[in-house]
Design a protein around this ligand. Sequence first.
Ligand SMILES: NC(=O)c1ccc[n+]([C@@H]2O[C@H](COP(=O)([O-])OP(=O)(O)OC[C@H]3O[C@@H](n4cnc5c(N)ncnc54)[C@H](O)[C@@H]3O)[C@@H](O)[C@H]2O)c1
Ligand SMILES: [Zn+2]
Length: 348
Amino acid sequence: LIGAGLLEEVAACLACRRAGSPAAVVTDPVVGAFYRDRLMAALAKGAPGLRVAWIEVPAGEGAKRLSELERLYHQFAGVPLDRRSVVVAFGGGVVGDLAGFAAATYLRGIDLIQVPTTLLAQVDASVGGKTGIDLPEGKNLVGAFHQPRRVIADLETLQTLPAAQLRAGLAEVIKYGVIADPSLLDILEAQREPILAGEPAALEELVVRSCRIKAEVVAGDERETGRRAILNFGHTIGHALEAATGYGEYLHGEAVAIGMVAAARLSCRLAGLPAGEARRLEELMRAYGLPSAPRKPVAPERLLEAARRDKKARAGDVHFVLANRLGEVDLYPVPERVIRDTLETLNG
Ligand SMILES: NC(=O)c1ccc[n+]([C@@H]2O[C@H](COP(=O)([O-])OP(=O)(O)OC[C@H]3O[C@@H](n4cnc5c(N)ncnc54)[C@H](O)[C@@H]3O)[C@@H](O)[C@H]2O)c1
Ligand SMILES: [Zn+2]
């Protein structure tokens, strides 16, 4: 469900099937401060008599760790949640991944509803069923596929999202434009101001089309043995940049924006993408205040090393999702020499 003012739907969704069993809303203190009263009022009205435990985990990527997962399990047991209980993941991708993994594993799996409140979570993280946590050894190393029963994206919640977070989410929307639906790029070009202002009416079409693409791709390849990899356009270098800079220097979407610029340049060299289309992408990044090059130069060798270690890389050449033209991509093995050249061009 995608629309403005949908928190009431969460209540309707819980009311219709959970008689007797308590539910848990997992969120973070930032989202809680903005929306707790609204959601709890909606639940009291729409699901009277339902017992709801409100559980907060720390805000930010640091919450996706074993100790926080363990704390969640204890809180679930304290309620206690049972097999017919529902976990509502109410927040950004961090809350979705952590609460989703807790729901995937508690009592060997209980129902999950994703209620994403960041643009990134609405267009990406809440759809597709991947859940998990990080280890000190790497991001997302422990997890499970656990499809949510429902995803409810209330566009109004995006109005409190910091501008940088909104832009980072738009990087993923640009990605969908490249891999499947160039009309997204037309909308981004035509509606810059209302989109950057977070206006629900302007964002709706972007979220709907993005979710449709993600859902289609995932439905065809849930466990990522093939086609799902196209969702990683811009992510090989993006992930490498995040890892090489110790996470925290770039928002994920910013790193992906830079990765998409690199992937577009590689696409021109190896996949026949017209130079004008690569330029169009770089223009779009600029228009949305997304970086198209690292803020401080990063040695190509460090990025290459991180790309080789990426769990999604295959043996031998590093594989890239490259665009033959905007809207059509394929997987290409890319020789390291060519990657190094392209990374040099990023440092100016
Ligand atoms: N499971 C998947 O398929 C998938 C896909 C992409 C990303 N992810 C994961 O998602 C995470 C990133 O998600 P994210 O970008 O949403 O970050 P996030 O969850 O950390 O949220 C970003 C910040 O925005 C705040 N926030 C959330 N909603 C808000 C709102 N409506 N108003 C104001 N502030 C709000 C949060 O408290 C946080 O400080 C990463 O851990 C990544 O691995 C998962
Ligand atoms: Zn991403």
